[in-house]
Design a protein around this ligand. Structure first.
Ligand code: ATP
Ligand code: MG
Length: 314
């Protein structure tokens, strides 16, 4: 199975990534999962942050009895290792807390894991990704139906997210062209990019499309599905909210990537309190602005909608 493969399924896979560490990916995976489960949807959350697995902590679970370790080492199925939570419709596939790095998974283990994730019987499968652009992280991002990125209003986070999306897009382009037997062409053109006056990934893709019309058709088809949903987390003021719109234009201009700005979540002390008290946020802090923000983001993700910005500034 290639990273580009999309299987016709009833449920939807959402992967939550974004490059920078500590932006709230795991918090949002747990909270969006809880939001969906409370709506009565059957939800499975997968902790793919190999080496930094902590999704279970957001549900107040200290040391999960089962984890991906048994999947990798004992051949257990994903069904065998599901961990229950306090929410009726929500189960977890907890991370491999014994391994120290993503490199410990072999290529065939990765493919086996992806194949089984694609077969999980649930209305929503949410994958919590680790920080950085490790190939396993990018591939897990690319198998999703909805590729969600979490950003905080900081310059470094924007840079990291830009690189994360660029790396994912480049991997997708390479995978698509490999599938059709044109892998060498991309590398060749990229290596000689100065000669061709190519300054960024968008220009590389445009060059490939312009020079080889058959490649253009393939890429147009495959890349039309490369759409990213952006969540802005730890927002502290109105300016922060509008940052999402600016980031959207930058990504379109330099990467040619379409983005849906699905909403923001304000900085909320109740979040760390819920983590410290080991009480799931969406079960114990339902009256907070943060919970309302998450519900709005969740609704947009479900319906394919976008945030409506106040004051017509969007
Ligand atoms: N909206 C928020 N308001 C306040 N604190 C938040 C908010 N979102 C996340 N946090 C806090 O930020 C910290 C990091 O969150 P989290 O672990 O979800 O980030 P992450 O992106 O998954 O990090 P990593 O890259 O290490 O996996 C946690 O302590 C969490 O409680
Ligand atoms: Mg995390």
């Amino acid at each position: 199975m290639s990273p580009t493969a999309k299987v016709q399924r009833e449920g939807e896979i959402w992967a939550v990534g974004g490059g920078k560490g500590g932006t709230g990916k795991t918090f949002l995976t747990s909270s969006l999962g809880s939001f969906l489960a409370k709506k009565g949807r059957k939800v499975v959350l997968v902790d793919m942050d190999i080496g930094g697995a902590n999704l279970h902590s957001f549900f107040g679970i200290d040391r999960p009895q089962r984890s991906l370790t048994s999947f990798f080492e004992k051949g257990s199925s994903l069904q065998d290792i599901l961990v229950r939570t306090d929410l009726d419709n929500l189960t977890l596939i907890t991370g491999d807390i014994h391994s120290i790095a993503s490199d410990t998974i072999t290529f065939s283990q990765k493919l086996k894991l992806f194949r089984q994730i694609l077969k999980i019987n649930a209305q929503n499968v949410l994958i919590d990704l680790g920080a950085g652009s490790h190939l396993n992280t990018l591939d897990a991002f690319l198998i999703a139906d909805k590729m969600v990125v979490v950003l905080v209003p900081e310059v470094i986070a924007i840079e990291n997210m830009y690189h994360f999306i660029k790396n994912a897009l480049f991997r997708k382009v390479k995978a698509v062209l490999k599938e059709y037997g044109f892998k060498e062409i991309v590398q060749h053109v990229w290596d000689r990019r100065q000669e061709f006056g190519i300054r960024n990934l968008k220009e590389l893709i445009d060059h490939l499309k312009g020079s080889f019309s058959f490649i253009g058709t393939i890429l147009d088809n495959e890349l039309s599905r490369f759409r990213v949903a952006l969540i802005l987390n730890m927002v502290r003021n109105k300016q922060d909210i509008f940052l999402g719109t600016a980031v959207k234009s930058v990504l379109l201009k330099y990467l040619g990537v379409g983005i849906e700005y699905v909403g923001y979540v304000e900085y909320n002390d109740a979040v760390w309190r819920s983590v410290r008290e080991r009480k799931p946020f969406m079960l114990n802090y339902t009256a907070t602005a943060g919970a309302a923000n998450i519900a709005a983001v969740g609704d947009n993700l479900l319906k394919g909608g976008e945030i409506v910005l106040p004051g017509g500034l969007g």
